[in-house]
Write a protein that binds this ligand. Sequence first.
Ligand code: ADP
Ligand code: GN1
Ligand code: MG
Length: 369
Amino acid sequence: MVDTVLLERAREAVCHFRTEGTTGEVRSWGSGHINDTFLVEGDTRYILQRMNRSIFTKPVEVMENITGVTSFLKEKIRNVGGDERRETLTVIFSEDGKSIYEDSCGDNWRMYYMIEDAMCYDQVESEQDFYESAKAFGNFGYLLSDYPAKTLHETIPGFHDTRARYDVFARAVEADVCGRAEAVRQEISFFQEREGIAGVLKQMQAERKLPLRVTHNDTKLNNIMMDKSTGKGICVIDLDTVMPGLAVHDFGDSIRFGASTGAEDEPDLSKVSLDLHLFELYVRGFLEGCQGSLTKEEIAMLPMGAKVMTYECGMRFLTDYLQGDTYFKIHREGHNLDRCRTQMKLVADMEANWVRMEQIVSRAANSKK
Ligand code: ADP
Ligand code: GN1
Ligand code: MG
């Protein structure tokens, strides 16, 4: 349902940015789970977002990261003769020269150019698109490999600390504030039985077997714009969580969302399974995009990245369901539970296909040598 009050506030916010030409209609846009996104029509079209206040408690730090990363990318794009206005986000500044406009209710608004002539998908529609998205996400990490990681703020502490997320989940089960735990015992057990995988990647990072890199951390298919005419992944968006992290997380998050035969929130689980062909395409595209920058150990851990990220995301959906749906936006009763179940189905499929996943990765890695 369109929230008319919010829409009105969005219209008001537009006036506070240094836009070019005349701006027109403002409407709700996209299907992200976190921020409120609006399209601003006009001579030049913009994306306006109300940043999620309870999740991003330090919005200025989020925007410092985004302006830093996008300026850095713009220079690289310019150097190869690319279109810096389309190939990365452009932060539009407010009248008083800030990257955020804070309204009278204390909400933080930001604006970007709309990436034109491009699409983003909530589910894979063509294999080629998925392959191209893999190249673009891999390349995103590659381009940021010489970014000064120490200057980045940790916008959401422990974002992919799966072990810590498990503890939050266990506490949510214990507290059971909405009285929902009893009815989802099976789902709860699923994550409890697999607790062991929660710490695997963190342990490898601690032992320096996996290097810390500048990563995106939210690499689902609807966080990349695909060029309508070339079919290439033209612009990686949703940069709120660009932070030091693991490349295998970026790989894995794309798999859990995109290499599924169903949507993330598909209620009919018979439609949801791991598509090994899509998995293989993504592996090949991602390795290509990374341009040889991944270590042997990182490559070997790609299947684990996929499994851990799917496990983590499913557990986060279940935690949110237990806590009363306060984190992810929901559009129907039980939405987070449906989302949780698709991730469980995918984890189970990965377990059943583990050897094949490993073979696919090693075959792809060897064919690149
Ligand atoms: P959330 O954190 O809520 O996922 P996103 O930044 O991913 O927010 O934006 C939500 C959606 O809005 C995206 O999936 C995409 O469809 C659209 N979108 C965001 N930024 C742009 C942009 N600069 N150009 C075109 N579409 C955009
Ligand atoms: C959220 O912001 P969005 O919708 O692109 C979430 C991701 C989850 C994803 C699940 C900041 O991504 O971590 O994997 O939902 N982003 C944040 O679809 O929590
Ligand atoms: Mg998003």
